[in-house]
Design a protein around this ligand. Structure first.
Ligand code: ATP
Ligand code: MG
Length: 448
């Protein structure tokens, strides 16, 4: 502003001088016109210098602005200052981008940015190695064209990215990759891909090892248990001091047999996929069978059983597995409910899911145990459970079976009042018997 005022003063001074000189020579208007033309030429000259400086070639891009004074000097300096600031900001940004690129290139996991049209935007070096992307050819290509696997397309377009996806690397069946996607910005996606071949191999080795060990232990345990049972049958012929140890040995051999049986079940659930052909299970019959078998096991406890289930309800699944899951829950309910207690089995549609519930009014579970109950070998009270012959594998088996049927287990309990275990399955697995009227079928779907 200061310079602007000085410039105006300078113009006024120039015009006054021109007026005085013009008056002296007797041609005021001519002299004033000539001085204005000179002022105009001076400005044109400065504009030209300015233009030349702005359009200098890139090798001189850091050159200082032309020397000037007054308003023009101010303009040159101001622009030079702005240029310096911008140069500093862009070199800072370039530095950050360089660092980000160098660090992402050093990563072993692939990092891929995908735009909202599902096309590739950017990827790091590891993505080229793991997924075979090529720069710049694959830029803007659709990700599902480059990773052609229906499992990947389902995962990508379903947009439920809570879990990761594990599958073979494109074109390399001996490599296992784990995909994880996160949404950001305007529906853009960041995809992280890790090579988990080694982990996958270790996991299979662990499964095989548990399966093999359990299998190999089966025969020796059966032999030991057989001999012990024979000895127990002829206990009278033995010295009194041996009675208790032999009884304990037999009890523990039974326990070992149960552990090996449960481990074998778990191992086969983990390694074998669910067969495509599944059974249409009549739930009311299944519930009655489980009730009778459990009553047989807990004859002295005289629990009362209640079954709430529409007789026409059918469940699609592997019958032996569903039997095992519900039976595990009902046996637990009987085990942890004092004599005369009440056990309820129910099946109903609820909130878009099909729920099978097992409820008891037994001892209940303290809330801090609940999240860990489905872990292998997790028992609330080890000593009490070994008395009851428990292995702590029952609920782990239930969880696995439900997961194979796209379901999960919900546990709620009040310590001292009872527990409720709910098997939540997709509603599509439930149906009503064909012969039953249409209104009943509608009732099942409107229930949700
Ligand atoms: P056990 O039940 O005898 O411990 P298990 O092999 O049946 O052996 P899980 O079925 O996995 O084991 O049960 C794990 C734990 O959960 C048990 O230790 C038990 O304390 C607790 N539990 C399971 N069901 C109930 C229930 N209905 N009421 C109270 N506690 C339960
Ligand atoms: Mg159990």
């Amino acid at each position: 502003m200061q310079n602007w005022r000085t410039e105006l003063n300078r113009i006024c001074l120039l015009l006054s001088l021109a007026a005085i000189v013009g008056y002296a020579v007797g041609h005021i208007s001519w002299v004033m016109l000539i001085s204005l033309c000179l002022y105009y030429l001076f400005n044109l000259y400065q504009l030209r210098r300015f233009n030349l400086w702005l359009n200098r070639d890139s090798s001189e891009s850091h050159s200082e602005p032309p020397e000037s004074f007054g308003l023009w000097g101010d303009i040159f300096d101001g622009i030079y200052r702005l240029q310096k600031q911008e140069r500093r900001a862009s070199s800072y940004l370039a530095n950050i981008i360089d660092k980000a690129q160098e660090s992402s290139a050093a990563l072993e996991m692939a990092v891929v940015m995908i735009n909202k049209q599902s096309n590739l935007d950017w990827w790091n070096l590891a993505a080229e190695k793991l997924l075979g992307f090529q720069f710049p050819k694959d830029r803007n290509q659709s990700i599902t064209n480059l990773i052609r696997d229906p499992r990947f397309s389902d995962y990508f377009y379903n947009e439920i990215y809570d879990d990761t996806l594990k599958m073979d690397a494109p074109g390399e069946s001996n490599k296992v990759l784990e995909f994880q996607i996160a949404l950001f910005g305007e529906h853009e996606r960041l995809m992280i891909v890790r090579d988990v071949t080694q982990l996958h191999r270790l996991e299979s080795m662990r499964k095989d090892f548990v399966g093999n060990v359990s299998h190999e232990l089966g025969t020796p345990i059966t032999v030991i248990k057989g001999y012990l049972e024979a000895i127990v049958d002829n206990l009278d012929s033995l010295d009194e001091q041996w009675h208790k140890p032999i009884q304990q040995m037999r009890q523990q051999s039974l326990r070992m047999e149960n552990i090996v049986r449960d481990l074998l079940i778990l191992s086969s659930l983990e390694t074998k996929g669910l067969t495509k052909t599944q059974d249409l299970i009549e739930l009311i019959t299944l519930f009655s069978e489980i009730e009778n078998d459990t009553k047989q096991m807990f004859k002295d406890e005289s629990h009362t059983f209640e079954i709430i289930c529409d007789p026409s309800l059918r469940l699609t699944g592997k019958r032996s597995e569903i039997y095992s899951a519900i039976s595990n829950l009902v046996v637990n309910a009987a085990k942890y409910t004092p004599a005369g207690g009440h056990i309820q089995l129910s099946a109903e549609a609820n909130g878009g899911l099909f729920e099978i519930g097992v409820q008891d009014d037994g001892i209940g579970i303290e809330s801090h145990h609940i999240p860990r109950l489905t872990e292998r070998f997790y028992r609330i009270d080890g000593s009490r459970s070994s008395d009851t012959g428990g292995t702590g594998l029952g609920l782990a088996i239930v969880k696995h079976i439900l997961a194979r049927h796209e379901g999960d287990l919900e546990i709620s309990s009040t310590h001292g009042e009872g527990s409720r275990f709910i098997c939540r399955l997709p509603l599509s697995r439930a149906s009503l018997e064909q012969s039953v009227s249409k209104t009943k079928t509608e009732a099942l779907s409107t229930d949700t």
